[in-house]
Ligand binder design. Structure first.
Ligand code: COA
Length: 164
């Protein structure tokens, strides 16, 4: 497993992964109507390329195949964060988040936050994020319950202060 910055050649696989993960993983926590609103089709490469202009995008690859991706903004916001449906609970999400935390600390970002869905809440909780707000958002006519989750990052120096 390796983690890399997204390249144009990865976009088609990301688009398929997003659609398949929503339709086979998130479907356990949402209605068919919500899933159809969330991922109505496999979006075009152009859609994702335009969207990715606003983010740093990381991909996890196994033998050259994309098995996870995440969008990270300089504000500390994590947006899309998806693991391939056949690679759930195998450490892919952990790898993505570790890279984001590393990049955040390198860039002086001390707070990470995300609007997290029901499916992903246990993962972010396990990784030290706390829920600071529960809210609802209407997306394509469907109501979604979301959690604003946040984590304050400790820089390496403050973690080891008692050890030196
Ligand atoms: C949320 C998601 C990204 C997590 O990725 P992942 O690769 O499966 O996560 P990891 O294997 O790194 O999990 C690390 C730890 O988080 C916790 N965790 C992850 N998923 C969990 C779940 N569904 N329930 C409970 N704990 C969970 C566990 O403690 C896990 O460690 P363990 O497997 O040793 O017990 C993945 O489930 C996913 O793609 N979900 C669908 C897409 C989604 O909802 N994205 C977020 C949109 S807001």
């Amino acid at each position: 497993m390796e983690i890399l910055e997204c390249e144009d050649a990865d976009v088609a696989a990301i688009s398929r992964l997003y659609y398949e993960t929503v339709h086979s993983v998130n479907i356990h926590d949402y209605s068919l109507e919500q899933i159809a609103a969330w991922a109505p089709k496999i979006y075009s490469d152009a859609f994702w390329k335009k969207r990715f202009k606003n983010y740093r995008v990381f991909v996890v690859k196994e033998k050259g195949r994309v098995i996870g991706f995440a969008e990270f903004e300089h504000t500390g916001q994590i947006d899309c964060f998806y693991v391939h449906h056949l690679w759930q609970r195998q450490g892919v999400g952990s790898k993505l988040l570790a890279r984001i935390e590393h990049e955040a600390l390198s860039g002086g970002i001390k707070r990470l936050f995300a609007d997290v869905c029901i499916t992903a809440q246990p993962f972010f909780k396990r990784k030290g994020f706390g829920v600071t707000k529960e809210f609802e958002r209407v997306y394509r006519g469907c109501l979604f319950k979301l959690f604003l989750m946040e984590k304050t990052l400790l820089c390496a120096r403050s973690r080891t202060v008692f050890g030196v």
